[in-house]
Design a protein around this ligand. Structure first.
Ligand code: ATP
Ligand code: MG
Length: 610
């Protein structure tokens, strides 16, 4: 079977996701450290005023024997003035570092989200066509947008929160142990309980948030599908049904999110109880010590204020862990996407030009996990000639065409191009030399000019006009209100099918490819468009290897070689005239299409032959 796109299926935990994120952002390590330093300094200056209050109480109570007096300032009034100056600077520095850590973390969040988004997108683009066929567009958009924004929110404020809580614990703990080790032990006992609680909560929340993110993807893909398919929904008056489906998906999101919220909310009261016990212990035991003369009043004041400083920020831990879990669930989705690698790898052969001599040798092919589509195919496409493929719908014509640019790998056999195995070619170099007008023309939301020149910014106005004249698109473009600058709407929906097709041909001409491939749209275009397309093909296929898939045989009567396909096999081949003379399948198809035997269907012709 075909080698499938490699995918790392293992779902990693949030710590693992965090480690992978740090690894991804390792170039920003200095920035991380700098931001962390600003957070730490801000926190130190933030808790300093509480210490200064205690010192001030100590000054008015102990006067000449106070803590400050030890530094040589004996006069109590002078001690107060010294404290005032210190307080002033503490506040100034606190504000400065507040500003610095805010812009530093936010700046870092911007850099990382930008880098992650652009890298994830570039990686996504490198994946095989087969990968995209198995994905929902909405979900991929959700990964590249919502998930990365979720991470951005955590980096904006959450990282600072973590660093500052840790700083407060260490800093305040140190002061506590300096002032009274016994009270310190009592005050910090709740911390391990809180930390264990945080881990427990985090473990329970992790799978819930993974589900929340997946449901975001489900919602996004439904929205994407429905908005793109609005015409179908309206024409089948399916608005109510789709609204109900949307509502159910949204309800699922609410349910999963509510579960996560209830787990996260239960955590805060537990923390508050821990905080309260630490605070009460300090208040009661510290008070008892002051009353018995074994603790100074200033130190008691500092301890009371600092327990608040140490413990209350921990109540915010629940919110931070919540933000962290959501962010890591998202990060995992983005990094997992970047862990998928294309199975079709580029070869070493960099070519500036190809002749376009293709040889299929015993090629068998099936799409991933699907049935065999092409069986033991022997086929040759000659350089500078026009080769046509005809056959019933589903017989494998478009599949052959996709193999020519190696969008898929053959299951068995080999395709040679100009004598070399197709796998030897550098993929980009190869695809640069092939122009494909596919069956379902895709136009981007933008102007006609942007759509035609997006692959090459050096295209000049006269080249553009020449290509459009050749594709017989120039005249209709001029009738549009803004000519070449008319916006075509998403997928080109403001244009008619035939107009889109002509633009697609113009786009291929501008590429000036060595091999031109035209997969004719099944939907019938009017006679005038058909004739126009035929004339363009005749002109542009001159001295160029051209492969045409034709539904209307009248477009390929001049082809140098015609292959007739049935169920992935070639059942007939030759020139138009020879095929007519042999009076086999092709001749019968021709008769049907030209009105000779109007009652016979295509299917009957093929069935009668097999
Ligand atoms: P048409 O004339 O309708 O364009 P075709 O000859 O171009 O038909 P293909 O598009 O090559 O037919 O499809 C051949 C078979 O391969 C069909 O049975 C189709 O269902 C299947 N097929 C096509 N594309 C895929 C895909 N991406 N994944 C799985 N199966 C596919
Ligand atoms: Mg097709």
């Amino acid at each position: 079977m075909m080698k499938s796109t490699k995918e790392n299926k293992k779902r990693s935990g949030s710590f693992e996701s965090f480690r992978r994120l740090i690894d991804f952002a390792k170039e920003e390590k200095p920035w991380f450290l700098r931001s962390g330093l600003f957070s730490i300094l801000n926190k130190i200056f933030d808790i300093a005023p509480e210490i200064l209050i205690g010192v001030a109480i100590d000054v008015v109570v102990s006067k000449e024997t106070s803590f400050v007096a030890r530094f040589g300032v004996i006069e109590p009034w002078h001690q107060i003035l010294v404290l005032a100056v210190l307080t002033f600077f503490v506040w100034v520095f606190e504000s400065i570092f507040e500003y610095l850590h805010l812009i530093s973390w936010r700046g870092l969040a911007q850099v990382i989200q930008h880098k992650l988004r652009t890298k994830a997108y570039a990686h996504l683009q490198s994946l095989d066509l087969g990968y995209f066929e198995n994905q929902s567009t909405g979900n991929l958009v959700a990964v590249l947008n919502d998930d990365i924004n979720q991470l951005e929110r955590f980096l904006d404020g959450g990282m600072n929160e973590v660093v500052q809580t840790a700083t407060a614990a260490v800093g305040v703990g140190a002061v506590f142990f300096y002032l009274s080790p016994e009270i310190a032990w009592l005050a910090i006992t709740p911390i391990p309980i809180i930390v264990v609680g945080a881990f427990y909560f985090q473990k329970r929340a992790e799978p819930l948030y993974a589900k929340v993110r997946d449901q975001v993807g489900v919602l996004a893909s439904r929205l994407n599908n429905n908005i793109s398919g609005i015409l179908t929904i309206k024409s089948f008056t399916g608005e109510e049904i789709e609204s109900t489906k949307m509502e159910l998906d949204s309800l699922d999101y609410v349910k999963i999110n509510s579960k996560a919220i209830s787990v996260s909310s239960a955590f805060t009261p537990i923390i508050r109880l821990g905080v309260l016990s630490g605070f009460l212990a300090t208040l009661v035991y510290g008070g008892w010590k002051v009353l018995h003369g074994s603790l100074n009043i200033g130190a008691y004041g500092v301890l009371i204020f600092l327990t608040q400083r140490l413990l209350w920020p921990m109540t915010r831990l629940a919110t931070t862990v919540d933000l962290y879990e959501r962010a890591m669930a998202s990060t995992r989705r983005v990094l997992d996407l970047m862990n998928i690698y294309p199975a079709i790898l580029s070869g070493p052969l960099h070519v500036q030009k190809i002749r376009g001599h293709y040889r299929f040798e015993h090629v068998t092919f099936g799409y991933e996990s699907g049935p065999v589509i092409l069986q033991d195919l022997q086929l040759e496409i000659l350089p500078q000639k026009t080769t046509a493929l005809v056959g019933l719908t589903g017989s494998g014509k478009s599949t052959i065409i996709k193999l020519l640019s190696r969008y898929y790998e053959v299951t068995q056999g080999n395709i040679y191009l100009d004598g070399n195995p197709l796998q030897d070619y550098n993929l980009k170099a190869l695809r640069k030399r092939i122009g494909l007008v596919s069956q379902d023309v895709f136009l981007f939301h933008g102007t006609i000019r942007e759509n035609l020149c997006f692959h090459d910014e050096t295209i000049q106005e006269d080249q553009l006009v020449r290509a459009c004249v050749l594709a017989e698109a120039h005249d209709f473009i001029l009738t549009l209100d803004k000519g070449y600058d008319t916006v075509v709407g998403e997928r080109g929906q403001k244009l008619s099918g035939g107009q889109r097709q002509r633009l697609s041909i113009a786009r291929a001409i501008l590429k000036d490819p060595d091999v031109l491939i035209l997969d004719e749209a099944t939907s019938a275009v009017d006679n005038e468009t058909e004739a126009a397309i035929q004339r363009s093909i005749a002109k542009i296929s001159k001295n160029r290897t051209t492969v045409v898939v034709a539904h209307r045989l009248s477009t390929i009567t001049e082809a140098d070689h015609i292959y007739v396909l049935d169920h992935g096999k070639i059942v007939e081949s030759g020139k138009h005239r020879d095929l007519l003379e042999s009076n086999h399948i092709y001749a019968k198809l021709w008769n049907v299409q030209t009105g000779g035997k109007a009652m016979t269907s295509n299917h009957e012709i093929f069935r009668n032959q097999s």
